[in-house]
Design a protein around this ligand. Structure first.
Ligand SMILES: [Zn+2]
Ligand SMILES: [Zn+2]
Length: 352
């Protein structure tokens, strides 16, 4: 049976009128794993909501007082869900600003201004603000990808994917209608001599990762290296020995004493020449195969060439969950990437 229509609930005298009453209503409700939302006017199919999901919400005006873009959807992450006996399904929402919203909001200091300017069109920025609402205000679940600037963990996204940098959030001054960036740990990249003050601009920058220093650097801030291959971390003594690269061989039969064929082995060595890079000079969003390349290097360190290199790529490609049906396309893009040049790390002698 469908739940009661929210418009009718809103007329009920128990319907919360402000943030404090919403918080009280949420405290009185039963916390659960999932709730089902039906939409404000029941004109769409139901959606099942749970903590951790990102959602688009049409601001009611009374929940998020800073609904700057009239009529446009806002993005929030569901922190908790609960079921109220009188109000029905409820959500606790942690809000994010969209890039477009931040263009028309005042910032309190230079760092906040520089960060907001560096943000990508599809980038979100966490707001240190949680509110409560009726689950039926949620329009739909939206895919949002978390970006770290300390490790190579970003999956493959496309130009329409929303993403946010972890460790950054904005604090809002409600009286002055201004926002301040709360500095997280490891928010800056690159070296002391960085040409961009350590700020990462996802739509402009191409950055390389040093696995030894565990740090990203703008390629524009690095010197080109003479090396024809990237520096790999040393192998542990337990790692199985690998054969010499065959010059001439029968590509279709396994190499003597090994599970892989010469074709797979040569291909594996070609992939070991890939840099751990985020961004590209050809697209205006942070396209990256960093997780795959990082996985290739880890495998090379622990076990060496896998028996089936193509199956390894399929397993480690790491396309964002909402793009898995496009995995073959991204695999083809990776396999056709042009040969890379390398750069000298600003902190150590490694070629990146
Ligand atoms: Zn730099
Ligand atoms: Zn380094």
């Amino acid at each position: 049976m469908p739940p009661p229509i929210p418009a009718l609930i809103k007329q009920h005298r128990a319907y919360p009128r402000n943030g404090t009453e919403w918080a009280q209503a949420f405290r009185d409700a039963d916390i659960c794993d999932t709730v089902t939302a039906w939409g404000d006017d029941h004109s769409r199919n139901s959606i099942v909501l749970q903590a951790g999901e990102f959602v688009a919400v049409v601001p009611g005006g009374n929940r998020r007082d800073d609904a700057l873009l009239q009529g446009q959807e806002c993005v929030a992450r569901v922190s908790r869900v609960a079921l109220s006996g009188t109000l029905g399904p409820l959500v606790k929402l942690h809000w994010f600003y969209r890039h477009a919203e931040l263009n028309i909001i005042s910032t309190t200091n230079a760092l906040t201004g520089a960060f907001v300017t560096s943000m990508g069109m599809k980038e979100l920025l966490s707001l240190s603000c949680d509110t409560f609402d009726h689950a039926d205000m949620v329009v739909r679940i939206v895919p949002v990808i978390e970006m770290s600037l300390t490790r190579p963990t970003f999956p493959i996204i496309d130009g329409t994917t929303l993403y946010f940098r972890n460790d950054f959030s904005l604090m809002r001054s409600w009286t002055k209608n201004k926002v301040t960036l709360l500095e997280g740990k490891g928010q800056l990249i690159c070296s002391a001599a960085c040409l961009f003050e350590g700020v990462y601009t996802p739509e402009r920058d191409v950055i390389r990762y040093c696995t030894k220093c565990k740090r990203w650097f703008h390629i524009g801030c690095l010197k080109a290296s003479d090396s024809k291959w990237p520096t790999l971390l040393p192998f542990p003594p337990s790692r199985p020995k690998q054969p010499e690269l065959p010059k001439q061989s029968n590509d279709s039969v396994p190499m003597p004493g090994y599970l892989f064929t010469a074709m797979h082995y040569k291909f594996w060595h070609k992939m070991l020449l890939s840099p751990i890079q985020r961004g590209s000079s050809t697209v205006k969003f942070p396209l990256s195969f960093e997780r795959l390349v990082d996985a290739i290097r880890s495998e090379q360190r622990s076990a060496g060439c896998p028996p089936d290199v193509f199956a390894f790529i399929d397993a480690e490609l790491n396309v964002a969950p909402h793009l898995v049906d496009k995995a073959e396309l991204y695999k083809a893009i990776f396999l056709e990437l042009p040969k890379s040049i390398f750069y000298v790390c600003a902190w150590c002698p490694a070629a990146l």
